[in-house]
Design a protein around this ligand. Sequence first.
Ligand code: FAD
Ligand code: FES
Length: 344
Amino acid sequence: MNSYFLQVQKIVQETEDTVSIHFWHPISGQISYEAGQFLTVLIPGPDGKKVRRSYSFSSSPVTDSGLAITVKRVPGGLVSNYLVDHVKAGDFLEVLPPMGRFTYTETEGNLVFIGAGSGITPLMSLIKTLLRTTNKKILLIYGNRNEHSIIFKEQLRELESTYRGRFTVVYILSRPGDYWVGHKGRIHEANVIWFMKDHGVDFKNDSFYMCGPEKMMDDLQKVYTLFEIPEDRIHYERFNAPTIEEDEILPEQTAQTVTVKYDGETHVFEVAPHQTILEAALELDIDLPYSCQAGMCTACLGKCLEGQVKMDEDDGLTDKEKDEGYVLTCVSRPQGPGVVIEID
Ligand SMILES: Cc1cc2nc3c(=O)[nH]c(=O)nc-3n(C[C@H](O)[C@H](O)[C@H](O)COP(=O)(O)OP(=O)(O)OC[C@H]3O[C@@H](n4cnc5c(N)ncnc54)[C@H](O)[C@@H]3O)c2cc1C
Ligand code: FES
C-alpha cells in the first residue's frame, strides 16, 4: 500500500489533551475521502521501525476545504503523545490513503449519533456532512468527563444554532464541575433509552452511528437488541481491537504454525496464543499489508485456504466475504495446526 506525505497547515488545540492537525491537500491533487473514514499515520518508532496508528477525519469532505484529524493523548501512548506534543505547522507526516467503512448509508429515517471522548471525531465529520447534504434530523448524545474535555464544543454550538430544529446535542458528563446543570454520569442503556425517547427517536426507522469506549458500545448493543433494530441501521467504529491478556490463556492453548502467502513469498511462522496472525508477523519483521489493526479497514484481508482461524471481531467483513473464507489477519487467531492464508 503506497504511502505519501501531507504537509501540516496548522494545529488547533481543542482541549488540554487533544489537538486537531489540519493538512493542506497535496499540490499533486486533492485527497478524496468519505466522512467517517480515517487516515493512518506512520511515524518512526524507538527501534527505527515505522509504527502506524489510525486517526479518523474530523473534517468534512463537503464543508471543509482542507483535511483534519483530531488526536487525543493516550497516557503513555507512543504515537498520540508524539502527534500532540511535537507536530507543528509546516511539518510533513507520512500517511496511508483514507480507508474505513464507517460511512453513511442512505436510509429512510433520521439519524442518531452516540459518542464519547475522542469517539466524537468520525461522528463530527459525518454530522457536518449530513447536515449539509441531507434534510434529516440529527441527535447527538455525547459523553465526556467534564466541561473542559468536550472536544468541538464551540463548533457543535454553532451547528446547533445554524441547524436549529434539525440538530440537537445531549451532553452527559461523568465528573462535571459544581455549576453543571446538564446530565451527569456515563452513557449507558437506561439513560440512552430515556434520551432517545425524550427526543422522539423512531426505533423502527432511524439509523444509529456510534463510536466510544467498549463498555458504551456493549451497552448500546443491548439497546439495539431490545428494540430489535436490524444490523443495517447500526454503524460503529472501534478504536481498539479486542486483546487477550497472558493470564486469560488456557493451558491447552499453544502456539501454532501459520503459513501466509503474500507478494510472491511464502512465510511460515509461529503465532503465540496471545497474538493475532498480523502481530506475530510484524514481530518477525514480515512485511504484510495492514492499516488500522482493529478489524475496521480490511487492509489486511486474506483468504483462509486451509485450517481454522477465529476472528476476535468480524463486523469489518460482509457475510459473503466471511462465507467465502476471507479473514482479517489483524484480528485472526489460528484455532489449530495447518492454517494457510493467501493475501492478494
Ligand atoms: C479506525 C480507527 C480510528 C481512530 N481514530 C482516532 C481518532 O480520531 N482520534 C484518536 O485520538 N484516536 C483514534 N484512534 C486510536 C489511535 O489509532 C491510537 O490507538 C491511539 O492514539 C493510541 O495510540 P498510541 O500509540 O498513543 O498508544 P499505544 O502506544 O498504542 O498504547 C499505549 C497504551 O494505551 C492503551 N491504549 C491504546 N489506545 C487507547 C485508547 N484509545 N484509549 C485508552 N487506552 C488506549 C494501549 O492498550 C496501551 O496500553 C483510532 C483507531 C482506529 C483503529
Ligand atoms: S488492518 Fe485494518 S482490518 Fe486489519
